[in-house]
Design a protein around this ligand. Structure first.
Ligand code: FAD
Length: 447
């Protein structure tokens, strides 16, 4: 592989390219090491250079120059993705959008931002103005708005507002990768061509996202002797229309033992629910928890929200992070259980893998319905064993969104095909994050 002539290239695009090894290594990597499979596959992948545009015009100039010289471009927000989807498979340039960090307009029910704005800063500024984000990942302090909608799925708030496909993105400005790159303004169903695309069909530089009126949230820890009581409690809470909530997260033993800072509030051997609910009269919560044999061990009042310990730091994929801190050989899966017979599915799994699979659930709303998402912690033995577990999950009707591949998932809603259509139009040379698209025909045949 020959190195691009960066000097000429810098002149053409009017901004500098970082080529210093330590920096390009750092900016070529995300949290791929979460997966022992990806850790082995991606460790040596690195960009040849990194550009950090501060304006959309500069980003356009970078794309134009890369098109002319056939240089692959991998877009980067904050690099908190954990499937290696932001790691350049074929070198080239990392386009770091952290410099596009302007909040453009706050209006009732929506906010327009540049793609590199961090979700934590946005939530803070929205709350100061009386509103809040509808959904955000547990990495919100670092993650960017563009990175979340291009590479994430859901998180805190998803129990009320759904995931990235459920109307939370209202409009996006997309850059194409052509001889003369264009800026497309995309709305409505057409957004499915770009949401969760890993930057393969176009690059988001500006997003208008849905916001909600700010709510005073209190955070509550509820512990249980029995994992199944914890599950029943989280289910009741997820469906309870009287309690407004932002987070309903459940963890069976031994997962709570990984949450070292929460140790004063969780006894050894207990299962735990970590929740965010509207502050106020807690009588309904107390009723629900006692009817499921739960014990409320800590309430963090609303005036301490996001000011001291955030319970969301232990939920979603942060759960896996705490597990990895305790035991670096652990790993995880992403799965969806049946809301009708999830207990049977979980009992089957526990029976077959009593010491290998530890259940962690996140209740969400998807396509309008309550759903039970799960990021179980797995005692990793080998790639073969991991895929045997995945096969077993699928054989009993538990869907698995494999987090051990950097390839874009192919869903059953036709979204992958929409991304391919947009890619054919916007990226004729196939330079946008190459290597991340599975072959549709093969995948469909296999599936
Ligand atoms: P990056 O990692 O930089 O990028 C993600 C992908 O999108 C890459 O393929 C990149 O090429 C592409 N991309 C980035 N910006 C753009 C753009 N502007 N236009 C086009 N393509 C772009 N995810 C969740 O959904 N929910 C969670 O709760 C959650 N929790 C996590 C917890 C931990 C501890 C970790 C490590 C990860 C977690 N994630 C979660 C994954 C990840 O943090 C989020 O998806 C996050 O929103 C990604 O944002 P980012 O700015 O870091 O994106």
């Amino acid at each position: 592989k020959t190195q691009p002539n960066w000097e000429r290239f810098e002149e053409e695009m009017g901004s500098t390219v970082i080529t210093e090894e330590q920096e390009t290594n750092k900016l070529s990597k995300d949290y791929y090491w979460y997966s022992p499979v990806l850790a082995a596959e991606l460790a040596d992948k690195v960009a040849d250079g990194v550009a950090k545009p501060e304006t959309v015009e500069q980003a356009l100039a970078v794309l134009k120059a890369c098109y002319t010289h056939d240089i692959p471009v991998t877009t980067r927000g904050a690099g908190t993705g954990n499937y290696g989807q932001g790691i350049p498979s074929y070198g080239g340039l990392v386009l770091d959008l952290s410099g596009l960090n302007k909040i453009i307009a706050m209006e009732p029910g929506q906010v327009t931002v540049q793609a590199g704005v961090k979700l934590g800063r946005l939530e803070k500024e929205l709350r100061e103005a009386g509103s809040e984000l509808c959904i955000y990942p547990s990495t919100y302090m670092k993650a960017t708005v563009g990175g979340f909608f291009s590479g994430g799925s859901g998180g805190i708030g998803s129990i009320a507002w759904g995931n990235v496909w459920d109307g939370n993105l209202l409009e996006a400005h997309i850059l194409t990768m052509e001889e003369e790159p264009r800026i497309l303004t995309v709305k409505g169903d057409e957004l499915n061509r770009y949401i969760h695309n890993y930057g393969t069909s176009g690059i988001m530089v500006q997003l208008t996202i849905r916001t909600a009126e700010a709510v005073d949230w209190e955070q509550v820890i509820v512990q249980f002797d029995e994992g199944e009581d914890m599950l029943a409690f989280t289910e009741s809470l997820a469906y309870d229309d009287e309690i407004r909530k932002r987070l309903v997260s459940g963890h069976e033993t031994p997962i709570p033992t990984y949450f070292v800072p929460l140790a004063p509030y969780i006894e050894e051997g207990k299962a735990v629910a970590l929740i965010e609910i509207e502050a106020g009269d807690d009588s309904r919560l107390k009723e629900l928890s006692s009817s499921h044999h739960g014990q409320i061990t800590r309430v963090i009042p609303a005036d301490r929200y996001h000011k001291e310990m955030s319970l969301s730091d232990f939920t979603w994929n942060h759960t896996t992070l705490w597990a990895l801190k305790t035991d670096p050989t652990l790993t995880y899966l992403q799965s969806g259980f049946s809301t009708h017979h999830y207990l049977d599915q979980m009992r089957n799994i526990k029976q077959r893998y009593p010491d290998e699979v530890h259940l962690h659930v996140e209740w969400v709303r998807g396509d309008g319905d309550i759903q039970i998402g799960s990021l179980p912690v797995i005692e990793y033995q080998s790639r073969e064993r991991l895929y045997e577990i995945i096969d077993y999950f699928e054989s009993i009707g538990v869907s698995v969104n494999d987090p051990h591949t950097f390839l874009l998932p192919i869903d059953n809603k036709g979204r992958f095909e929409q991304i391919l259509e947009a890619k054919a139009l916007n990226d004729p040379k196939g330079l946008l994050n190459p290597g991340k698209l599975p072959e549709l025909k093969k995948a469909r045949q296999a599936g």
